[in-house]
Ligand binder design. Structure first.
Ligand code: 523
Length: 131
């Protein structure tokens, strides 16, 4: 066992095209399945946030992105995980749900009504400001 470890970052991407935000429906674990999120995943030890987000969105959505500015504030997920969102621009590919149940593009009104995972709800005002 190691000694005290730093918290691990989970990065998530806000893809916005034509005033719509891309959301992905989680397939697992059971307690999050069916809820919608900004797609992303855990940063590997020694990896930069931007590198991790490019990797995750390639793996999950089959798109290549350039990572832009952070969106909103970091969210403490508990269990040593901190969730952080970034604006991303798609440079190639069309998003496909390779690891999610479905994908959906939402406008600001729909963002208020869709069943987002709890952590991502904290970014709603920041995301609405971008839409
Ligand atoms: N979240 C979350 N919102 C959000 C993401 C991308 C992740 O609340 N937009 C949470 C869900 C999990 C944790 O962050 O509790 C890790 O996300 P996950 O499972 O998408 O990351 P992976 O795929 O890198 O994780 P493992 O496959 O388990 O290593």
């Amino acid at each position: 066992m190691g000694a005290v470890s730093e918290s691990r970052t989970v990065v998530a991407g806000a893809v916005i095209v034509n005033a719509r935000l891309l959301l992905a429906q989680r397939a697992h674990p059971a307690e999050l399945a069916g809820r919608w999120e900004l797609p992303g995943g855990k940063v590997e030890p020694g990896e930069q946030d931007t590198t991790a987000l490019v990797r995750e969105l390639r793996e999950e959505l089959a798109i290549d992105v350039v990572v832009g500015d952070p969106v909103g504030a970091d969210v403490d997920l508990g269990g040593g995980l901190v969730l952080r969102a970034y604006r991303v621009n798609v440079v190639s590919g069309t998003p496909a749900p390779l690891e999610h149940s479905a994908l959906r593009w939402v406008d600001a009104a729909e963002l208020h009504t869709i069943d987002l995972v709890a952590a991502d709800r904290q970014w709603i005002p920041d995301l609405v400001a971008l839409l």
